[in-house]
Ligand binder design. Structure first.
Ligand SMILES: Nc1nc2c(ncn2[C@@H]2O[C@H](COP(=O)(O)OP(=O)(O)OP(=O)(O)O)[C@@H](O)[C@H]2O)c(=O)[nH]1
Ligand SMILES: [Mg+2]
Length: 609
């Protein structure tokens, strides 16, 4: 059977996974009356809850006797490393661009990577059904983008479709019949070249996706680059540096069909296959015939830009809410993660029971923490830090910079500009973007953006949209202003009391409810001033002989500010930690004991002096 391999790439939320639903449906991949969830490829729980794709996934459909292998990719910038690698195993890409939102930073990133690899993309202006669609303008934007990225004349001559993935149609013209997706299928067959690889050479593939199956163990997916993979054949695994990782057998060989993996006996060069039976092989190793002496070329992945320290939970409540609490368990789990996820790096920290976890962004690490929490882990997490580097030529310290694109209602542009400049953002462009909105572009250190997203949403009443893209390393810009408010810190252990919290409200905004567990050093809320304050949250009302009936009812509590995991991590300062357990997220001081805290403050002051 003829084969085509394509990836679907786009900015976050531009409709990749929804389009795959329809491609599967219209190619007859589902049984009659089969009940299929929306965005069926987003299989894991976190993906379903958040409505985003986190891991790239494969499927295939058959159209006019040709098998089209399709890889759905994540759109969020934190998972950009996946997309780069996936592009190594396809010959074509469908680039989706939202007909209203237009070209956004991640569109630029993925199109740039595709052009670099010589892939000729098919551009799809998607979501044309939107009320605020501006399809023709967006088409021009895409053309300008290709030109700006230095596309060749041939690449500039890209085929284009208008579509609504959700309604299940695509057309060459805007006012077409809007019947179904056959124009897209046909274009894939005519435009994407079949992979031409040597089928007679010894077998070799590059592992591009790793996942774990409860029955099969490690499952590696990739394109067969040469020769044929056969069930049960002996293989050797080579790392990019040429070392042999292991030898073994392909005890399972599977192809992707619709939403399932099905066993196949043989798979030849050019096809995408999943193999099991290996114990150490990982991404991007080469799996091949034992006669192989050199690994195949694998795309290097951009280095991590952000790190957090994961520690054991050594607080007074440590071990009470989770099942996995030892540093050994945490270590094993983190190492396993870094094997499958090339964009994550783990190093032992010089503190005891702590590990440095480096990745591409707050969301990526946030997702990992959330996953561990669900598996029963307890952890404490330190404030995220950017990873600096030494300039190889000048030896100067440099930090990661980003381009940030912001869309806000005009009324909020002032506050956004002010906050961004305080965070060392330099505005590069500002223009009306229709409907009373403005679009602004900033260039700034990634460090300045840590913790800003929540504030941004509050400042814009939830209506603002922010998109960011790593642009490169530039000289360190020096000290940035931190959080302006201090913390209200518990001076007592126990359970928070309504009466005490009522009086504490005057001091700032609280994070806890009556009845919540507290301990010495726990952060109860945000102080209205810039200093920390130790307070007693368990103080009871003095009992008097005279009952002042109904008085407690009048002591109304403002609902506490509950932070999500990511908000909490973004909120804390250097001397604070987030305690994460399966049932709670708490903020605490790193040094719980007030005396120890003072000592460390003094030490830091003298170090700074
Ligand atoms: N109006 C309209 N909405 C769409 C269309 N396609 C998708 N959507 C909506 O857009 C949102 C995002 O869709 P997804 O398919 O998850 O987008 P995605 O590109 O896979 O997102 P990530 O994988 O997180 O990058 C969902 O709310 C969809 O219902 C479309 O053709 N028209
Ligand atoms: Mg998706």
């Amino acid at each position: 059977m003829d084969i085509r391999n394509i990836a679907i790439i786009a900015h976050v939320d531009h409709g990749k996974t929804t389009l795959v639903d329809q491609l599967l449906r219209q190619s007859g991949s589902f049984r009659d009356h089969q009940v299929v969830a929306e965005r069926a490829m987003d299989k894991n729980d976190l993906e379903k809850e958040r409505g985003i794709t986190i891991l790239a996934k494969c499927t295939s459909v058959v159209w006019k006797d040709t098998r089209i292998n399709i890889v759905d990719t994540p759109g969020h910038a934190d998972f950009g490393g996946e997309v780069e690698r996936i592009l190594g195993m396809v010959d074509g890409a469908i680039v989706l661009v939202d007909a209203a939102e237009g070209v956004l930073p991640q569109t630029k990133f993925v199109v740039g990577k595709a052009l670099q690899r010589g892939i000729k993309p098919i551009v799809v202006v998607n979501k044309v059904d939107r009320q605020d669609a501006r399809a023709d303008e967006v088409h021009t934007e895409v053309f300008d983008l290709f030109a700006a990225l230095g596309a060749t004349d041939e690449q500039l001559d890209f085929p284009m479709l208008y579509a609504s993935g959700r309604q299940g149609w695509a057309d060459l013209v805007l006012e077409g019949a809007r019947k179904d997706l056959s124009p897209m299928f046909d274009l894939v067959l005519s435009h994407v070249p079949p992979t031409r690889l040597d089928k007679e050479a010894p077998f070799a593939m590059v592992a591009s996706i790793l996942d774990y199956d409860n029955f099969l163990g490690r499952v590696l997916t990739g394109r067969v680059e040469q020769g044929r993979a056969r069930l049960n054949m002996p293989v050797k695994v080579l790392r990019a540096d040429g070392t042999t990782v292991e030898t073994g057998r392909l005890t399972k060989l599977m192809g992707y069909r619709g939403l399932d993996r099905v066993q196949v006996d043989e798979c030849e060069a050019g096809d995408i296959v999943a193999v099991a039976g290996l114990t150490d092989a990982t991404v991007p190793d080469t799996v091949g015939d034992p006669s192989l002496t050199q690994p195949l070329y694998a795309i290097p992945v951009d280095p991590p830009t952000l790190a957090m320290t994961f520690r054991v939970n050594d607080g007074p409540l440590g071990g009470k809410e989770g099942k996995k609490v030892t540093s050994r368990q945490i270590r094993d789990r983190l190492l396993r993660e870094s094997e499958g996820n090339v964009a994550i790096k783990i190093t032992e920290s010089n503190e005891t029971d702590a590990f440095e976890v480096a990745g591409r962004g707050e969301l990526q690490l946030g997702v990992l923490i959330e996953q561990m929490r669900r598996e029963g882990f307890e952890l404490t997490i330190g404030r995220p830090r950017v990873l600096t580097r030494k300039n190889p030529e000048t030896g100067d310290r440099e930090e990661p910079f980003e381009d940030v694109l912001v869309d806000v209602d005009e009324a909020y542009s002032g506050v956004v500009v002010e906050k961004m400049s305080r965070r060392k953002g330099v505005m590069q462009d500002m223009r009306p973007s229709g409907g009373g909105k403005v679009r602004m572009t900033f260039h700034m250190p990634s460090r300045g953006l840590i913790g800003y997203h929540g504030e941004f949403l509050t400042d814009t009443r939830g209506s603002g949209i922010m998109n960011r893209l790593f642009s490169g390393y530039e000289p360190w810009v020096g000290q940035l202003e931190g959080r302006r408010n201090g913390s209200l810190i518990s001076s007592e252990p126990g359970q928070a009391i309504h009466y005490a919290l009522f009086y504490l409200q005057e001091r700032g905004s609280l994070f806890v409810d009556p009845g919540d567990k507290v301990y010495v050093g726990l952060i109860l809320g945000e102080h209205s001033r810039d200093s920390d304050l130790d307070v007693n949250p368990i103080k009871e009302k003095k009992l008097t002989n005279v009952r002042a009936s109904g008085k407690d009812d009048a002591m109304l509590l403002i609902p506490p500010r509950r932070m999500s995991l990511e908000q909490a991590i973004a909120y804390i300062e250097d001397d604070e930690l987030v305690e994460v357990t399966p049932s709670a997220i708490r903020l605490r001081k790193r040094y719980l004991d007030p005396n120890e805290r003072k000592r460390n403050e003094r030490r830091q002051d003298s170090e700074a002096a």
